[in-house]
Structure formats: structure tokens, C-alpha cells
Design a protein around this ligand. Structure first.
Ligand code: GAL
Length: 454
């Protein structure tokens, strides 16, 4: 009996020792993995931005369905009854007017008053000449040489039409506009830095074609400003990338060529310049079912052989890439043309992937707003150098029935804290920081946003 008891206790001692050893090994492997994967949760000190991280609710009653415009019925087909988004997209609807307030409420830097420096997402936004800013699908580059920000975007200031009855709503190419600013609020028109081509129908930039989502970065080696853009025909079958170059941020840019990266279709796209000077291209490919990421050559004028397919079968577009410490983040939209849909955040330890999906970044407003990215689609995320972990989320509120009247939705974006939806965490998989875009009807940049950039 005694012998049996002694045997049992030494057996349990061995079992517990083995469990202990396993736990120690497991603990060290987690520490080691999270070290090598470099992921960490980023904790911010948000005192400067506390106000912007307050949840602001938005209450609006969506008006009852109105009698459908015959043109809209034709576009949708007779069998589907209009949903809220269909109504919102019709310029004549009440709900449309709610989100496209007219010029009387315009943000106007020529009138300095109580509203100075306030961003009002969705309102008409005027430049320093008092004209409506035309910089859609755009991006911002900070230029250390001139110590200014440059906002490049599509000039859509022409009539909207459909090239054929089932075609996408479009405007003819006018060109890429550039605006400059020191404060990110009052923007001076620097003109059309890459003009469309009025006569030569074989040219990529002929007015009948498509020129979208221009992004510019500066190449420190060559001293050139390099613009990448989406080049297409009116039916979006060319699905190519275009490249242009200039020795000045305000152009003129010389158009070089278009091509399909590694032979693949490329539609919505962006470029990202990393801290070490390497630049990367992201584009929606294979009928927008997946994204590809590719490294650019050292002069940024071409792509290298390195390419990875990411977010396969996820159907994402409108990528906007940013970085905090050693983690890369990306906001994307779903693929529903000019109609808004739900944004998603993705994160990666290596820019070439793998990329993980973290969830919907939209906070505040109401459910309708959060499911439609505040009725907008991502285009760019701008870091604020003086406030690490704070960014401006830039998006387009498209107006497909009158594209020149599309609006800008700029909101504060924060990286920090834990994601609220735990990822399919097995032990050792990295923990990611939360990315949050906070709704604000009106907001302005906190003090110190610019530190380190002057
Ligand atoms: C969207 C895209 C826009 C534009 C539009 C045309 O999906 O993000 O840049 O191409 O389709 O319908």
C-alpha cells in the first residue's frame, strides 16, 4: 500500500514536472515569436487628441422611400426595389441632400471666422481663391524642400455621363490637380500638373479614357517627384498603371508610359514610401478579387520582380497604406463602384505580407455610417508627425450622378490599444493594435500635430 502510494506520488511528480517544462518552453517560444515577428500593441498617450477620441453619435432619420426616378430604374433594372444606398445615390432624393449640403455651408479659407481650421466632412470645400477643390481619389505628399503639403487628385470638373447605357458614370479626363498648404486646411490651387490629352485618341490620357487615384512620392536619389496612377479605358478593360515624373512638386509632370504589372490587371492602386526609402505599389487585381503588392525600382519608375498576392478572394479595393513603428496598416473598401460600403483594416509585420484583417475601423456616428465608411471610400492616410499614432483618414464621398460634386471626408484616425475582435488567436500569433476612425461632424487638428516636420 505504502509502496503503491510512493509510486503514485513520484508518477504525479514526473507528470507535473513535464507540464512545467512544457509551459516554460511554450512561454519562451511565444516571447521569441513575438520578438521576431515584431508585432506589439501600441499604446498612445492621447491627452492632445482626447477630444477627437470621444465617440460622437449622429442621429438622422432616413426619409421614407421616394418615387424612383425612371433613369435610376433603368440603371438598376425593374426587379429590384431601391434600397437606402440607391436612394442616396440619386441626386434628386431627400436623403442625398442630407449628405451633400450646398455651397452655403462651404468650408471657406477666404472667410476667416469662428469656423477657421475646422474640417467638416462632406461639405463643399473651397480653395484660397474661393473655388471648389477638385482633387478626388487623391493623396498628400509632404515636401521637405518647400516645407509644404501637396494634395494631388482627379479634376472631375466636367459633366457626368455614361459612355453607353450600362456604362459606369464618368467625366472626361481633365487632368490631375495639385493644391499646396502649410496647415492642411487652406489649400492653394497649383493648377493642373498632368493635363488630359484633348485630341490624340490613342493617348492614354485622351479625354475619353480613365485617369484615377494619382499618388506622388519624392525620390531622394534622383531628386524627382514620381506620380503613379490608374489608367483605363472607358469600360475599365485596360486595367493598367501609369507613371509620370517631374522635377518640381507643382509639375508639370511628364507622362512616361502605362503597363500591366507582371502582366496582371491593375485598377484601384496606391504607392507607399517606407522609412528606408524603398517604395511599394499596391493594386487590385484579377477582377478586383485580390490585391498585389510589389516593390518599386530604386528610381521609382518601374516595378521589381518581387510581387506578392494578398487578401486573395477578399474583393477589396481603394487601398490606403500607412505605418506605425514597425507595423504596416492598410484600409480598404469593398468593390461596389461609386456606392459606399464597409471599410476594413488590415495589418502586417512585413509589407509584402502576410496581411491580416482586423475589422471595421469606423467608430461613432451610427450603424448606417459605420457600415458605409461614413458614406465614403478610402483614398489615403496621412501621418501627423507631431502626434505619433495619429493620422488623417482621407476618403471620397462620391456623387455618381454629378461626379464633379463629390465631397471629401477627412477624419482623425488613431492606432492604439487592443483590437476588439480577437483574431483566431492560437498561442504565439501576434497581437495587433486597434485602428479607429472617429466620426466628427466638425473637428480640427490638435496642437503640435506638425512638430518634427518644419
Ligand atoms: C470604384 C473605384 C473608383 C472608380 C469607380 C468607378 O470602385 O474605387 O476609383 O474607379 O469604381 O465606378
Amino acid at each position: 500500500m505504502i509502496r503503491l502510494f510512493g509510486y503514485r506520488s513520484s508518477l504525479s511528480l514526473i507528470v507535473w514536472s513535464l507540464v512545467g517544462v512544457a509551459l516554460i518552453v511554450c512561454f519562451f517560444s511565444i516571447v521569441h515569436q513575438s520578438d521576431t515577428r515584431q508585432s506589439r500593441i501600441y499604446f498612445r498617450h492621447p491627452s492632445a487628441t482626447r477630444e477627437l477620441e470621444e465617440i460622437e453619435e449622429e442621429h438622422f432619420r432616413l426619409p421614407p422611400p421616394h418615387k424612383a426616378n425612371p433613369r435610376a430604374v433603368k440603371r438598376r433594372g425593374p426587379h429590384r426595389s431601391p434600397n437606402v444606398i440607391d436612394q442616396y445615390l440619386e441626386e434628386s432624393s431627400e436623403i442625398h441632400a442630407l449628405f451633400f449640403p450646398d455651397e452655403r455651408t462651404a468650408v471657406n479659407p477666404t472667410k476667416v471666422g469662428n469656423d477657421s481650421m475646422y474640417f467638416y466632412p462632406g461639405r463643399v470645400w473651397l480653395d484660397t481663391d474661393g473655388h471648389i477643390i477638385q482633387a478626388h481619389g487623391g493623396g498628400i505628399m509632404y515636401d521637405h524642400i518647400t516645407a509644404k503639403y501637396y494634395w494631388y487628385g482627379e479634376n472631375k470638373d466636367g459633366p457626368t455621363y455614361q459612355a453607353h447605357p450600362k456604362g459606369t458614370h464618368r467625366v472626361d479626363i481633365i487632368g490631375i490637380n495639385c493644391y499646396s498648404s502649410k496647415d492642411l486646411w487652406s489649400w492653394t490651387n497649383e493648377g493642373i500638373v498632368l493635363p488630359g490629352e484633348p485630341t490624340n485618341v490613342t493617348h492614354d490620357l485622351h479625354k475619353s479614357k480613365v485617369l484615377e487615384r494619382p499618388k506622388v512620392i519624392y525620390n531622394d536619389r534622383t531628386g524627382q517627384y514620381v506620380m503613379w496612377m490608374h489608367i483605363d479605358d472607358a469600360n475599365y478593360t485596360k486595367a493598367s498603371l501609369g507613371v509620370a515624373v517631374s522635377s518640381s512638386p507643382t509639375g508639370p509632370f511628364s507622362y512616361l508610359y502605362s503597363f500591366r504589372p507582371h502582366g496582371f490587371q491593375s485598377r484601384d492602386m496606391t504607392i507607399f514610401k517606407d522609412d528606408d526609402g524603398a517604395a511599394y505599389l499596391f493594386y487590385s487585381s484579377r477582377d478586383n478579387t485580390e490585391l498585389h503588392v510589389s516593390r518599386l525600382t530604386k528610381d521609382y519608375l518601374n516595378i521589381t520582380a518581387a510581387m506578392r498576392r494578398i487578401l486573395i478572394r477578399r474583393h477589396r479595393e481603394a487601398p490606403a497604406v500607412f505605418k506605425l513603428e514597425r507595423t504596416y496598416y492598410m484600409i480598404t473598401s469593398g468593390c461596389s463602384g461609386w456606392a459606399p460600403n464597409k471599410a476594413l483594416t488590415h495589418a502586417a509585420d512585413s509589407i509584402m505580407g502576410p496581411w491580416k484583417t482586423l475589422g471595421n475601423p469606423c467608430v461613432g456616428g451610427n450603424r448606417f455610417f459605420r457600415l458605409t465608411t461614413f458614406l465614403s471610400q478610402s483614398t489615403f492616410v496621412l501621418p501627423l508627425s507631431g502626434l505619433p499614432g495619429t493620422f488623417i483618414f482621407m476618403a471620397d464621398r462620391w456623387n455618381p450622378s454629378n461626379l464633379r460634386d463629390s465631397r471629401y471626408v477627412w477624419l482623425p484616425l488613431f492606432v492604439g490599444g487592443l483590437t476588439d475582435e480577437p483574431l483566431n488567436n492560437s498561442f504565439g500569433s501576434p497581437l495587433w493594435s486597434r485602428v479607429s476612425i472617429y466620426w466628427h461632424r466638425k473637428w480640427r487638428l490638435p496642437e503640435d500635430w506638425k512638430k518634427g516636420y518644419v
